[in-house]
Write a new protein. Sequence first.
Lengths: 118, 118
Amino acid sequence: AQTVTQSQPEMSVQEAETVTLSCTYDTSESDYYLFWYKQPPSRQMILVIRQEAYKQQNATENRFSVNFQKAAKSFSLKISDSQLGDAAMYFCAYRSPFSGGGADGLTFGKGTHLIIQP
Amino acid sequence: KAGVTQTPRYLIKTRGQQVTLSCSPISGHRSVSWYQQTPGQGLQFLFEYFSETQRNKGNFPGRFSGRQFSNSRSEMNVSTLELGDSALYLCASSSMKDPGLAVHYEQYFGPGTRLTVT
């Protein structure tokens, strides 16, 4: 079974600064997808960014980018020019591309609470 | 296009009772997944439905069950409620058309149902 670990329960950053959230995972599969989700106080989960393991190029979405290190099984999220609206819980998630045969949903880490200091 | 809706948003039940939660996916989406979120265990996959068929189930006891109707709306049921079932239950839908390619489709989450068992 796959596991996802987020070692930082909480992070704090000054507005307009850059912050990096860490995520490591364990899997025996060679192909998979990784995601970062944001959960603001409203509790609605929002997809921030996704990365296909077979792609060497790191995904970027505006101020959000990832550092995907497949050999190290590391998938960190960098938020540039932090804004007050970025304050939320951030979850790293893994999904296998192989369907059926058991749990096939997203496997989530425990989350990192990101605080933005004005 | 309307997002994923979940009803009710809040629910209080007593130990031993049963509860039914409802999820209406985004129009045109045929896949619905359910997740349980608790402070202790984090986000855990419950089950996934596609075209009225349960494709996968997470590691939860048989007290947790679900179904999907022909209009893609889904319900999950928890019987003989325990205090530990208190959680936020999240539903997600995707536009997946081929279950074998599930991972390629983004999951859109609803606002969740907060269940409190007393």
